[in-house]
Design a protein around this ligand. Sequence first.
Ligand code: HEC
Length: 267
Amino acid sequence: MRKLVLWIALTSLAGAQDLEMRQGGKALARFSLAELKKIATPTTLRLDAGTKNYWVVPVKPLIEKAYGPKAYGEDITFLFVCRDGYRSPVKAEEIRVLPAYLAFSTSDGKPFELEKKPLGPFYLVWDSEKYPERKLGGNWPYQVVAIERANFSQAYAATLPPPKSSAQVKHGFAVFRKKCLSCHQINGQGGSMGIDLNQPASVTEYIKKPYLHKIISDPSTVRGRATMPALDATFPHREQAIRDIIAYLEAKAAQRRKASKAAKPGK
Ligand code: HEC
């Protein structure tokens, strides 16, 4: 009997379109779709010249309902947790300033899927027609089941610039965090659309610097069929920003070499 009750509880949970709000590894709240629609007003969003049409709720009111109006901060990141455990980090500032939405169905009767992959329960989308910096086809997590509020410096400690880094390395990291970390890992932390750029070998060790600069600027100038997007043409002080990213990647490579030497004394 107890088993049956548990089974009913579990299956009804699994089937529902719920969103869990977490902090410090614990669930703070769980919103059903009906609750989400009460907290944040649903609207339709038209993307990709009208070929993709979704019913969405804005993310900001959900965040503020769960974590309060002081949910944001320089060191805060929101991890969009997908069904398979993948976590896509988004800076708190971006959620505060840019219009992020959770899509929960299509608004044109098409199946709620992309290239045959189901998008539900939730799909993080941005109004990329108004805000082209959030490119359609950038890293938009789907099958989102939870949002987790985390301190970036704890959750992504292995990506931080080494202690006592120069201002250039620190700035390179700030740009990297904003433009690259959602797809790439450093020492196993970050997104998984691209490769880990620091281990086992760093891109600064096996790609000549002028080519590394070109790949970061626009991969299609070096490689055919590259899927990585070019850095936005309008990125402020673009050339210097790329040099700063490379300085950050070099600093992480040097830090790793130093650590592996220390681990193997006498070599
Ligand atoms: C939307 C996801 C995405 C973003 C954002 C992204 N990359 Fe990539 N990157 C990739 C993928 C995927 C590859 C593999 C090659 C390809 O398909 O273009 C790659 C390849 C690379 C490579 C070549 C590595 C090798 O060994 O061949 C470098 C270097 C690189 N990325 C650096 C960066 C930097 C620096 C940024 C930020 C300015 C960045 N990438 C942003 C997805 C991304």
